[in-house]
Structure formats: C-alpha cells, structure tokens
Design a protein around this ligand. Structure first.
Ligand code: ATP
Ligand code: MG
Length: 803
C-alpha cells in the first residue's frame, strides 16, 4: 500500500482524519448531526482505493435511502473518478436484491423473482385473512401485516414463531397460520416482500455456507451509514458478511491479507451513526446495535466527532436544546465555527393554507435574494399535509418536487402495467397475472378466475399453465379465447426480449410499448369520457418513458433489472436531482440530507409529536429525535411553522403548538403571525404553550391534550369572544379562507395583464402588477399588494381580476 494522498485528508479535523486513516478491523464513528460522518465514510472509501489496499469491487457501502446512495456514489466519484463504478454503494435492500438475484437459482427460486411492495403483500394477506375469517377474531389485515413484518425483521420464520407462540392464545395461533400461508404463497409465486429481501439473504447465507463464503471473501471493507437505524435482520446480515471464512485458494492479485493459517480474515467494518437520530424504532430499528457495537466487535475503535460543519450556531443551539430533553442519552458537545447566523423564523398561521402561503412567500423571498430552489426544502410529519402545501405552491408558482411520496408507482394503472411486466418476467407469479387478467376488461370474471385457479390446483400446475390449457376448462368460446389470447400476449412479449430465443431481441421499452398497444390499455382509457382516464393514460405513457430512460442508461439492462429498479425506487425515493425545484418530503425522508433553507411545517401537538406516538413506549422521545433530525438539516435558515386550525379527515379542528417549540430558547426564534389572527401580540411565541395545566405530558387532565374540535371549547390564548370559527375568518371576503383556496380552481388563462395594471385579488386585496413572466398556462404575475406586499401568482389559477 502507498500513502494516503494528501487531498483525501486535507481539511479534515484530527478525529475525522484518524477515522480515515484507521486500519483495524472495526471502527465506530459516533457523532451528532452534521459533524462529517458521511463525509468521513466517503473519504475512507477513497483512501482505501487510492492506497491500493482494496479493489473497488471489495467495497460494500450501505446507506439508508436510494438518494443517499446516489449522493455517496457521486461524492466518491468526485474523489476517485471511474473506480467508483465497480463498488457496491447501495441500500440494504438493493444490495440484498443483487445477491438474491445472483443466487436465486441455487435455492430453487427464479432469477426473475418478483418483489412485492407493501400494497401487494397486503392484497395477499387480505385474501388469507378473509379465507380464515380472521377479522371476526380481531386479527385485521394490518395487524397481520405488521406482525409478520416485525417477525421477519427479527428473523423469525413461521417455524420459529410456532416454537415461541403461546398455544393458548387464539389470536397468535391465527397470526401463525396467516404467516405460514402467506410464506407458502410467496414461495409459490416466486416472490419476496420487502422484509424478505433482507431476511432471506441472511437465511440463504446460513443455509449455504459456500454461498456466504463468496461474499465474505468478496467484500473486504463494509461501511454502513446511519447505523442507528438498522434492525435486527440488517445487523445479522452484517454479522454474516464480516465472519471471515475457511482457508481457501486466493489468487495473488486480490489484495487480501490472509491470516497465518491461510484463512480469509473478517472484512473490516466501519459504522457511523448518531443515537439522537434514531427514528425507525417503529420498523424494528434497534439502538442496541450501536450501543453494543464495542461488545459485538471486540477490539473496535470508537471515534467521536464534535465539530458541526453544517449549521449556524442559532440552529445548532435550537437542536441541542431540543434533544437535551431526551433522557438516557450520552450528552454531546456539538459546536460550530460557522457563526451565529440568522434567527430561526417562527410563523403562526390560522390555517394550513395560510401556513403554506407563508412558506411560498418566504421561498420567493429567498430565491429573489439568490438562494437556488434546489437548496430549499420543506418538511412535514405526515403525507396528508402535502395537499395544502402543493395547492399553494402551485398557485404561487413555486417549482417543487415531492420526494418519496410521489405515489406514482402506487397508482392503479401503473401497478397494472408493472403487473404485466412481472407476469412476463416471472410466470409463476399468480398475484400479478390475476391482477391484470381482466384489466383492461376482456370478459374474464371472478368465477372464470376461480375456475382457472381450481384447475391449476387439481393438476398441480401454475395459474399461467392453467391459462394455457383454457380449452380444458369447459368455458364458453369467447372467454376461452380471451384467456388464450392474454397468455399468448405474455409469452410473445417474453420472447421478444429474450436474446436466447430471438436474435433480434428488443429493448424493454419497445416491448412495453408494443404490449400496451396490443392489449389496448391506453386506447380503452382514451375512449371513455372520464377526464381522470386521460390522466391515467398519461401515467401509463409516463411509465413507458421511464422504461425508455432506463434503456438509454442501461443498454444491456434486462426486464428483471428494470423491475428491480422500479421496485426499489418506488419504495424509497427518486433518483433524479438538480431539478431546480424546492424539495418536499417527510421528516423521515430528510435524514442525512442538508439544505441552505429549511421549513418544518405543522409543528403542532398531534402532528409533531404525532398522536400515534402517545401509545408507544418511547414514542415521544422518538418524535423529538425526528424534530432534531429536521432542525439539523438546515445550513443557514430554519423556519418553524404551525397553523391554529387544521382540517384532517374532513374535520376542522383547533391545533395546539407543539410542546417541542417550548424547548427552544425563546431568544433563538423571531416569531411572526398571520395578519388574519386577531390578537394584539405579534412577535412572541404562540401562547397556547404557556396555558396552565398543559404541556407536562401525555394524558394530562383526562386524555391527550392537543387538538380539539373547533368550537367545542375556547382554549388558552385562542382569540376570545365570539365562537372560534368566526374568529378565524379572514377580514376580507365572505367565505372562509380555506374555502377560497380549495374551492373550484378558476381558470384565468386568458386574463391579459401588463406591468402597471391595477388588480384585485380575493384574499390579498388590491395591488399593482410589477412584472409578468412565463408563457401561456405558466404565466406568472408579480404583484405589489397595497396591504400584504409583493407576491408571485400563477395567473391561470389566481383569484385575480383586473380593475
Ligand atoms: P448527518 O448526521 O446529518 O448525517 P453527517 O455527520 O453525516 O450528518 P456530513 O453530511 O458528512 O455530516 O457533513 C455535513 C456537512 O459538513 C457537509 O456539507 C460536509 O461536506 C461538511 N463537512 C464535514 N466535515 C468537514 C470538514 N472537515 N471541512 C469542511 N466541511 C466539512
Ligand atoms: Mg450523514
């Protein structure tokens, strides 16, 4: 090995440098947010390659989301260039998919096995729960799904569960039976669910030591980011991979240092994490993986990092103050040299839309001052909050993209087309083919489906094989032909992409486009008068575009590769970035990322902390860590906002400011509030926090303190006087603000505006047009309103008229 090139350690502080230079077997880096943990990982990887201590293929780096993996790959690429190509830098799930695909045939699965997402697995469990009439015993579909997922995360298979289950507990007995049947069906369909991807890889390694040895030998350096969020199955996977293996012949050029007896020593393991950012306990993450690392890996070195390079002092002070309220933690000494920075901006809106308008206005303000949209992000606790945000961002002409929650792959039509592809890749997958057997409608009803299924069972063949023998089912000629035709289409599609059977094999996207045309999927959608069907047709076209893009990026990519990408991207987040748009995401998705300006919205009781956390032991502490994660994403400017009323599940109710706000020293936040709120106190912390008898914990004074139905009682510092409802009406207009926003969108596309024109807006009153930019439906007016100042508005939808 040669020395580490200077540029890989320059600029690192001494403990960071020690972490890059460490050459022992096990290293734990534990440090607060923004202290350079991920940066140290990337530099460490680069240094191992640059010194010729390892080949790129000997590196396995694991991160938590696809986005984080893509970012790490890019950073290592910047340090090393092309060498990054041969490395496995991926999430746990994608690494396991790769291993399982390679090895599938050795354990009787097909290489093209299907990956079921949570909705697929729910559909399967639902059938079983129904057949067993389990709901009458109090076992719902989601109970069963959660229990099974939990068991898999603990690496407990049905037999293992049978051994520990209480045989006098009928509900557990039922869960066991559901679990057994579910696993049997997955196996029959040659499918894995998400939890399986990890658990089955561990089981594969345990059952086939010779397969495990391949990977134990291959990966010499394993590095795991966000280690605090690993669950037991993920931990076990790492244990398997770092076991070392029996003596074996090793070619001279492998850069593997053999032990004296010729055996392969365990891979070196580096894990980095922050127990204060552990936010996945609900998915089985086990903080003990980090706290007991030194016990698990004797001789491990522990390095602490204390300097934060990300945020300003004000932001860091707020973060430290909040997290300091959690017990049972190692206190940290996080400091920054970045200077005080701007104060945190607090905002109290009177409704979710008002809060969203604040976000939109601030985004435009910062953008005008030179911050790129890329460098801004808006976070929320629950996906339901996006509706109001999106409406207002669209109206205010803020370019944005939703990360993680796009739901594109959850749309029925997209799932249909993916099910076609799954049936083609994996003919054993009954769930997928049954999904599309009558979609689009081809006259194959449920009784026909049952007939095929029974025939398959009786003859011990697959559902697809039964379809191919439809003539033996004794059905009418029309339906028989429909079944045979579908089977034929699927086989034809499979052959068209198979180079073994077809010398002119076509790319995945060509096959897909032809398939969609052949079954008339888009055509049938376009033929209806339902405008929603047009949107559906567009989604199918979009999926074909995704396939085209895939073919372009992976000229040798197979259908299975494409489906893998779809499954994993759909599950986690999107890859594309740098889109010149503000990012919207949940607080969970935000982990590991950083932005110049951050908005945390809905900082209210029952949202953050989320009301579900009240029932979970440790739930409140986990919510606090989530808030801590959110705060520490901000580099320069942090906004915390809330609304005094929020509509959820169609019901409008009063929201209370989050108790977490009170944990931030008052001097760090500059509070503002909506002009629509009729109180005389501007510029101070929303007062509900100080209401007596409140804020000392859950269950205080009979039930959960927090959101209450509007009008049911006046509370704390809510405006006094007439009923709450009328207090929250805006001063202008005679409908409520919410109604104006959510009401039918007005189409103003033809409104001609010029600079200097006087206009009137339903919410903002009168103003003067300062600029008009953009074209057609995307025309934007910048208006200086007399009372509320400058705003950017999408003319097409703004409730605007020319005076
Ligand atoms: P998190 O806990 O949020 O995942 P982290 O500990 O992984 O944070 P990084 O993302 O690696 O922190 O680093 C935070 C920011 O600080 C990044 O922009 C990184 O480039 C920068 N940074 C880290 N160390 C240094 C350093 N020694 N000099 C300059 N910048 C640094
Ligand atoms: Mg990190």
């Amino acid at each position: 090995p040669t020395a580490i090139p200077a540029d890989l350690v320059e600029g690192l502080n001494p403990p960071q440098r020690a972490a890059v230079e460490y050459r022992g077997d096990a290293l734990l880096i534990i440090a607060g947010a923004g202290s350079g943990k991920t940066r140290v990982l990337t530099h460490r990887i680069a240094s191992l390659i640059a010194t010729h201590e390892a080949w790129p293929s000997q590196i396995l780096a694991i991160t938590f989301t696809n986005k984080a993996a893509a970012e790490m790959r890019e950073r290592v690429g910047q340090l090393l260039g092309e060498a990054v190509e041969g490395m496995w830098i991926s999430t746990f799930h994608s690494a396991c998919v790769r291993i399982l695909r390679r090895e599938a045939e050795k354990f009787g699965y097909t290489q093209g096995f299907t990956i079921y997402d949570s909705a697929d697995s729910k559909a399967l469990i639902k059938r079983i729960v129904k057949a067993l009439e389990a709901e009458s015993m109090g076992v719902t579909v989601s109970t069963a799904q959660n229990r099974i997922s939990g068991l898999k995360n603990e690496l407990i298979d049905p037999d293992g569960f049978a051994r520990q289950v209480d045989s006098t507990n009928p509900r557990d007995q039922l869960i066991l039976e559901i679990y057994r049947q579910y696993q049997r069906q997955l196996e029959r369909n040659k499918a894995f669910d998400f939890d399986d991807l990890i658990a089955q890889t561990v089981w594969l390694f345990r059952a086939y030591p010779e397969i495990a040895a391949l990977y134990q030998r291959r990966f010499r350096h394993i590095l795991v980011d966000e280690y605090q969020d690993t669950n037991h199955a993920q931990y076990a996977l790492i244990r398997e991979l770092t076991r070392g293996s029996e003596p074996q012949h090793v070619p001279a050029d492998t850069r593997i240092r053999l032990a004296a007896d010729g055996s392969i020593p365990p891979a070196s393991l580096t894990v980095v994490g922050d127990s204060d950012q552990s936010i996945y306990a609900f998915r089985g993450a086990d903080i003990r993986n980090i706290t007991e690392f030194e016990k698990d890996f004797p001789g491990a070195e522990t390095i602490l990092l204390e300097q934060n390079y990300r945020s300003t002092q004000h932001i860091l002070d707020a973060a430290n103050a909040v997290i300091g309220n959690n017990f049972d933690r190692r206190p940290k000494n996080l400091w920054t040299a970045a200077g005080e920075g701007a104060k945190i901006v607090g905002y109290t809106g009177y409704s979710a839309h008002d809060e969203a308008q604040f976000v939109a206005d601030e985004i435009h303000k910062l953008h005008d001052q030179g911050t790129n949209f890329n460098d801004m992000a808006v976070f929320y606790r629950t996906n339901a909050q996006t509706r109001a945000l999106e409406e207002i961002l669209i109206r205010s002409a803020v370019p944005y993209r939703l990360i993680g929650g796009t739901k594109f792959y959850e749309r029925a039509e997209v799932k249909d087309i993916v099910a076609y592809l799954m049936s083609i890749a994996n003919p054993a997958d009954e769930l997928s083919v049954r999904r599309i057997i009558n979609s689009p409608k081809r006259g194959i009803g449920p009784s026909t489906e049952t007939a095929i299924s029974l025939f398959a069972q009786d003859n011990d063949i697959t559902f697809r094989e039964a379809m191919g023998r439809a003539r033996e089912l004794g059905l009418g000629p029309k339906v028989t032909n429909a079944i045979l035709d579908l089977e034929h289409v699927l086989v034809e599609a499979e052959q068209s992409i198979d180079p073994a059977r077809n010398t002119g094999a076509v790319p995945v996207s060509d096959m897909l486009a032809k398939l969609v045309e052949r079954v008339g999927y888009i055509e049938k959608l376009r033929a209806t008068n339902n405008p929603q069907d047009d949107a559906r047709a567009e989604n199918v076209e979009e999926l074909i575009n995704v396939a085209k893009e895939f073919d372009k990026q992976h000229p040798d990519g197979t259908l299975v590769d494409f489906l893998t990408e779809v499954a994993l991207v759909a599950a986690a987040d999107e890859l594309d970035d740098e889109s010149g748009a503000v990012s919207l995401m949940t607080l969970h998705t935000a982990k590991g990322l950083e932005y110049d300006a951050v908005w945390i919205t809905g900082v209210e009781e029952e949202l953050l902390p989320h009301k579900m956390s009240a029932d979970e032991p440790g739930g409140l502490a986990e919510e606090r860590r989530l808030f801590y994660v959110g705060i520490t994403r901000a580099r320069k400017i942090l906004h915390l906002s809330l609304a005094l009323t929020r509509t959820q599940y169609g019901e409008s109710s009063v929201a209370m400011p989050s108790r977490f706000l009170q944990e931030i020293p008052e001097a760090l936040i500059a509070w503002r509030q909506s002009p629509g709120i009729a109180t005389s106190r501007g510029g101070e912390r929303p007062r509900a926090l100080n209401a007596t008898g409140y804020g000392s914990g859950y269950g205080n004074g009979g039930g959960f303190g927090g959101r209450r139905a509007v009008g049911s009682r006046s509370y704390g510092d809510m405006p006094q006087g007439a009923g709450l409802k009328s207090e929250f009406k805006p001063t202008r207009g005679n409908r409520t603000f919410d109604n104006q926003i959510t009401g039918a969108m007005k189409d103003n596309a033809d409104l001609v505006l010029e600079t200097g024109d006087r206009v009137k807006h339903t919410d903002f009153g009168e103003g003067t047009v300062r600029a008009v930019t953009g074209m057609k439906a995307k025309r934007i007016a910048e208006v200086e309103f007399d009372e509320v100042g400058r705003k950017k508005l999408l003319i097409k939808v703004a409730p605007l008229e020319k005076l």
